[in-house]
Design a protein around this ligand. Structure first.
Ligand code: C2E
Ligand code: SIN
Ligand code: SIN
Ligand code: FE
Ligand code: FE
Length: 365
């Protein structure tokens, strides 16, 4: 009896550790564990909730099986489990998984009976410093006495998971720090360029929504976002007299201005962790569909899609807002100008996507 069970546990643990180590993020690392809880224990549904500094709640990150329904559950899924929930205190003090046979009888599970959850298992996931970073929950809608086998299985698997979760949590924090640094750099560039405040965030949001419309792979979205932050990084070396020149640029000024693309690529190469997509956006954001852009005169699909997307967004924002050298244009003049550039300056598919997106924004639909 004991041996086959132990084998099952170690096989599952190995398999889950393997899946967890290759997962790109915490949510997908947890998914097979949640599925396992539902298939191998009496839990009919399970969820993983992770601490989030911004909202000071435990946000729902992954789920499996049947979830409680109703407005309270909807609010928990939308806003996360509040840190003041008695269960969270119980998990902070817990040495292992908490198994509750009847949530109506335990102060630690106050709130759960109202969700229809009458039996609960709750595993604390701790960071390396011992702080609670997440909770793995499994529930039954009737009272239920968890078996010795279930207790052993869940305790085993979650102890491995706690290690994994700590690692993935550290990686997520690092990624989010990198993201913050890239955006901060973009905001500095925007201030220096005397571009209207918000250019970076507006262009980034627009580029990402066009990217989604055009089916840009998930993996290129971060590269596109960082490209939007950094596209004009090469303007850092351009003197203010040129950057803030109130009228048209003289030919030598224009030549200096155009060099911002190659200067930008040179600077970006000093940051070896930048994705290729980001370099593409920096290198090609002033190329044109008809090959008449700069610096390389690349044309059509020879220009990477993220750069074709970004080019339309950059011009859209440059036209709709004031620059030192031009006033803000109306939306209809801007759209007319961009439509006129379809097939010459811009990739027609990207122009279509922009028009659809603006339509959707205006009609709110
Ligand atoms: P930017 O101000 O961010 O403009 C980005 C792009 O928006 C421009 O790229 C251009 O494609 C488009 N755009 C901006 N204003 C107009 C406009 O009035 N009409 C049309 N049709 N398109 C417009 P571009 O031309 O390669 O310029 C790159 C950068 O060079 C600009 O970035 C800006 O910093 C600078 N620049 C361009 N023209 C002038 C100018 O006449 N005076 C000054 N002071 N700077 C200029
Ligand atoms: C909840 O009841 O808040 C979630 C329960 C679960 O996900 O197992
Ligand atoms: C340029 O000056 O060459 C581009 C911006 C504009 O058309 O005014
Ligand atoms: Fe530029
Ligand atoms: Fe720009």
């Amino acid at each position: 009896m004991l041996t086959p069970h132990r084998n099952l546990v170690s096989e599952l643990t190995l398999e889950l550790a393997h899946l967890g180590l290759s997962a790109p993020d915490l949510g997908s690392a947890m998914q097979p564990v949640l599925d396992m809880l539902v298939t191998r224990t009496a839990a009919v549904g399970s969820g993983y909730f992770q601490w989030r500094d911004h909202t000071l709640t435990f946000a729902a990150r992954a789920g499996s099986g049947v979830m409680p329904e109703g407005p309270v559950m909807a609010a928990l899924l939308a806003h996360g489990l509040p840190t003041t929930l008695p269960l969270m205190d119980a998990l902070r003090g817990a040495t292992g998984v908490v198994f509750v046979e009847d949530t109506r009888l335990e102060p630690a599970t106050a709130g759960f009976p109202e969700l229809g959850v009458l039996a609960l298992l709750a595993a604390p996931i701790n960071a390396r410093d011992g702080s609670l970073v997440g909770a793995l929950l499994g529930h039954v809608f009737t009272p239920y006495r968890w078996t010795v086998e279930e207790r052993a299985l869940v305790s085993h698997v979650t102890s491995v998971l706690a290690l994994l979760a700590a690692r993935l949590d550290a990686e997520e924090r690092e990624r989010s720090a990198q993201e913050g640094a890239m955006r901060a750099l973009g905001l500095c560039l925007e201030a220096r360029d005397a571009e209207t405040q918000g250019h970076t965030d507006r262009v980034t949001a627009l580029a990402l929504s066009l990217g989604r419309r055009l089916g840009l792979p998930e993996g290129e979205q971060r590269g596109l976002r960082w490209g939007a932050y950094l596209h004009d990084i090469g303007k850092i070396g351009i003197p203010d007299e040129i950057l803030r020149h109130p009228g048209r640029l003289t030919p030598p000024m224009w030549a200096r201005m155009q060099a911002h693309v190659e200067d930008g690529v040179h600077l970006a190469r000093q940051l070896p962790f930048l994705p290729g997509t980001t370099l593409d956006v920096i290198a090609c954001h002033h190329e044109r569909w008809d090959g008449q852009g700069y610096p390389a005169g690349r044309a059509g699909e020879d220009i990477p899609l993220p750069a074709r997307i970004f080019a339309v967004c950059d011009v859209f924002d440059a036209l709709t807002h004031a620059r030192p050298y031009k006033p803000a244009w109306s939306l209809s003049d801007t759209l007319a100008e961009i439509r006129a550039g379809s097939g010459s300056h811009f990739d027609p598919r990207v122009v279509e996507a922009l028009l659809d997106e603006v339509d959707r924004g205006l009609t709110g639909g």
